[in-house]
Design a protein around this ligand. Structure first.
Ligand SMILES: [Zn+2]
Ligand SMILES: [Zn+2]
Length: 237
């Protein structure tokens, strides 16, 4: 599984886990007390649908993204929105392509980048990220709803380490994570009981020998690498 944005850190699966699209979450309505979306929303080409889905499946949540200012001067190839908070409301500007203002990016890299990455961001991390808690509903505004953000992301050329070695720090961190993550409680969670069909929306999905199958529309969702793949029409990307 692709953890590119996490700098190729191996995926940790220490609780019930499945893959799916944020815009078509494979869960029943209001089945979660709290949903965390950390550095996810800015990747969605349809943020309105993504936000609607989060509100459908959960009662409250937390959204973290890079702030729009940093996104404008330091654009990521697979970020499709610039997001900030104004008057307590998420303000979302969809991107028509991955780089919005090339001149500004060049000026930033030439004049300001070392200051930001070396001093400003490490000393004041909260000022450069959106950290938004919500309850019952998400207050947001898309300032340019007609923009199409479904462009193909350019190939990422950041080097990938040949061997993803976690080292002793990683081993300690992993052990702590296992201890702290209440693994016994997590093991007791029945994933199937939380699921709804991402194709037809029916709120009953049966476990099969190699995955899940919708009770209503009979769409099959076969596992991959032993992990549930709950994509619309059973088609994992
Ligand atoms: Zn991101
Ligand atoms: Zn179905």
């Amino acid at each position: 599984p692709d953890t590119r944005e996490r700098h190729w850190v191996p995926l940790t699966v220490d609780r019930p886990f499945d893959f799916g699209f944020l815009e078509r979450l494979p869960f029943k309505d209001k089945v979660f007390d709290f949903v965390v979306a950390s550095h996810v929303l800015e990747h969605s080409s349809e943020p309105e649908r993504a936000l609607r889905e989060m509100q459908r499946v959960a009662r409250a949540g937390y959204i973290e993204v890079p702030d729009a200012f940093m996104e404008r001067v330091n654009p990521y190839k697979d970020h499709r929105a610039e997001i900030t908070v104004r008057q307590g409301r998420l303000t979302i500007r969809k991107k028509g392509s991955w780089i919005v203002d090339r001149e500004l990016v060049e000026l930033y890299e030439d004049r300001a980048k070392p200051l930001f990455t070396g001093a400003f961001i490490p000393s004041r991390p909260f000022d450069f990220h959106v950290r938004h808690y919500w309850q019952d509903s998400i207050a947001y505004q898309v300032v340019n709803p007609s923009v199409d953000a479904r462009w193909l992301a350019p190939v990422d050329d950041r080097p990938r380490p040949a061997v993803a070695s976690v080292g002793w720090r990683g081993t300690v961190r992993g052990a702590l994570r296992t201890l702290m993550s209440q693994s016994a409680r997590n093991r007791a969670i029945d994933l199937a009981g939380l699921l709804a069909c991402p194709t037809c929306g029916h709120a009953a999905v049966d476990r099969t020998t190699d995955g899940f199958r919708c009770h209503a529309c009979a769409t099959a969702y076969p596992d991959r690498h032993g992990l549930p793949m709950l994509y619309p029409d059973g088609t994992a990307p």
